[in-house]
Design a protein around this ligand. Structure first.
Ligand code: ADP
Length: 544
């Protein structure tokens, strides 16, 4: 027997409609590229998104057409999220930090019909124009001189249309809504094609109290860019909950973020650890106190326990999140359970330093090399597989990548190596390709890095495998000096190895430590270990 409940489609446009109708006066505040602040509310955002929808239709955009964006976190990008998806087209957010050949590949593979370009990225598109599809047309988000042939500026386009009489169309909730390419560090980028249904279910899941809980009393600021897994869905989650949304534009440095948080009363913010390390260094160096910021979600790379402790000293709780572009992106968050509240501080810190437990909707399992499932005992480490309604079933027009990553029964290979404990807490030890295998044993690069970042002189740390004639591979630690500490003070090799020796058996210790001013990062803010492995492939620790 079938249930008798209404089957209203789960559509992205319903989020902004809800926000406009019931939270119409709640603000969306943006810092624009020129540094000025723009503010308006959900009612106005929805009206402009409708005008944009009408403009896109007038330009001939059809359901399923890909519309690209090269843009920062600002209100115009929010309007594009809703205006493009709302008419049944696909909002393709392009990561401008990728290499030129990756961007060329992505725009051609996606066959973008239109590209909306922020001023900062005009030189990039001018340079790449000859290799982009000939029929791709350009719209500038703000007026600026350019050699590109542009159709219009964004505001002209929106101003020319009326919102009156435009009703968001209804269609199948499985229709594609957004497209985001994941770069990986090698190989060609792979497209992850979200649907309206997956986006709505993910927004519900992300809003759960142990996930990204923002209410209508909060003010949320996604620092994670809107070209990175839809800013971890914050523009959708904020609309769903009627939360004031604050967007930092291109200004991610500690001082700018602090000023914005204070001016707008930001209570929760989300970003990658590198951003938070810079923010914490700013707070410590300036002595500034956050009067409203109470919670931070950090994800995309491992959160060192020292970061959780440092933020606690500023009265800010850090929750770790783990996920992937392929997972919309949320998989787990590290919120403690009731029974953990009675644990002592070190035990709680150890748990909070794990990647977290799954949000309802995400199934996880770890398997050994033969594909056999491993126990959730917190010790057995294996490759992590996931499955769920907001996890991809196939890459966009890429059978080879799909076959390599997705099992016939829907389990997706994350490429991460992890343990899971009896409470479901996931702990990543490595990405498969970053594993350090010494004398047949695994050494967790994440463990070494987290511990090294607990040393007062260290900013960022990366542990990489370097070839070794006897052991196969040995760990090398590459670190940067902690920002904000006395100029000229640098981490010292022997002191750092002695510090680690208190925490690891001898055979796990790095053979050597290299101090550099900066580590190379990928377009999504992770340390680029492939580059480090190339740089140090012939590093001879014995010579130091
Ligand atoms: P890309 O694959 O392009 O680097 P993603 O953001 O999709 O971008 O990366 C997902 C990967 O990031 C995960 O598979 C995992 O290796 C890593 N990651 C994400 N969150 C965490 C975390 N909290 N701790 C450790 N690694 C993480």
């Amino acid at each position: 027997m079938q249930g008798l409940m209404s089957e209203r489609p789960l559509l992205v446009s319903s989020l902004i409609q809800h926000a406009a109708r019931y939270h119409g006066d709640v603000e969306i505040v943006s810092r624009l590229v020129d540094g000025t602040i723009h503010r308006y509310d959900y009612a106005e955002a929805e009206r402009r998104a409708r005008r944009l929808g009408r403009a896109l239709l007038r330009l001939g955009v059809k359901p399923g057409d890909r519309v690209g964006t090269l843009a920062w976190n600002t209100y115009r990008h929010v309007e594009l999220y809703y205006g493009v998806s709302g008419i049944g087209a696909v909002c393709h957010t392009i990561n401008p930090r990728l290499f030129d050949d990756q961007i060329i590949y992505i725009v051609n593979h996606a066959q973008d019909r239109l590209l909306f370009i922020e001023t900062s990225f005009i030189p990039l598109i001018e340079r790449l124009r000859p290799q982009l599809p000939e029929d791709c047309r350009f719209i500038l988000l703000e007026p600026a001189p350019t050699s590109l042939q542009v159709l219009a500026t964004y505001d002209e386009l929106v101003a020319a249309e009326s919102a009156d009489g435009f009703v968001w169309p209804e269609f199948d909730e499985r229709t594609a809504s957004a497209l985001c390419y994941t770069s990986g560090t090698t190989g060609k980028p792979k497209g992850v094609l979200y649907s309206h249904r997956s986006t709505l279910l993910h927004a519900y899941g992300a809003s759960l109290p142990d996930a990204i809980p923002v209410s209508s009393r909060d003010t949320v600021c996604p620092i994670v860019p809107m070209f990175h897994a839809c800013a971890w869905s914050v523009p959708y989650v904020a609309a769903l909950n009627g939360t004031k949304l604050v967007l930092p534009g291109p200004y991610f440095d500690g001082a700018s973020l602090y000023a914005l948080f204070e001016a707008e009363g930001v209570t929760m913010s989300l970003g990658v650890p590198t951003v938070w390390l810079g923010f914490e260094a700013y707070l410590t160096a300036s002595g500034a106190r956050c009067s409203t910021l109470r919670r931070v979600l950090s994800g995309g790379a491992a959160v060192p326990p020292s970061m959780i402790e440092a933020f606690a000293r500023h009265g800010i709780a850090v929750t770790q999140g783990w996920g992937m572009t392929e997972m919309s992106p949320l998989g787990t968050t590290g919120t403690l359970k009731h029974k953990h509240l009675s644990l002592d501080e070190p035990a709680r810190l150890a748990l909070r330093s794990k990647q977290g437990r799954p949000v309802f909707g995400v199934e996880m399992k770890i398997v050994d090399d033969t594909g056999a499932e491993l126990p959730n005992d917190g010790k057995s480490a294996g490759e992590l597989l996931v499955r769920g309604p907001w996890i991809l079933s196939a890459y966009f027009e890429d059978e080879e990548a799909t076959a390599a990553a997705v099992e016939p029964d829907g389990w997706f290979h994350t490429g991460d190596v992890a343990t899971i404990d009896a409470d479901g807490f996931l702990q990543l030890t490595d990405r498969r390709k970053d594993i350090i295998k010494s004398g047949g044993e695994w050494i967790s690069s994440i463990d070494l890095e987290n511990a090294a970042m607990g040393h007062g002189d260290v900013g960022e740390a990366a542990a990489i495998a370097i070839p070794h004639p006897r052991w196969g591979e040995r760990p090398l630690l590459v670190v940067t000096p902690r920002p904000g500490i006395a100029a000229g003070r640098r981490p010292e090799r022997d002191a750092l190895i002695a510090f680690l020796a208190e925490r690891f058996p001898r055979w796990m210790l790095p053979d050597d430590v290299v101090v550099v001013d900066e580590l190379p990062h990928t377009a999504t803010g992770k340390v680029m270990k492939t580059r480090l492995r190339e740089l140090y492939a012939s590093h001879d620790s014995a010579k130091i």
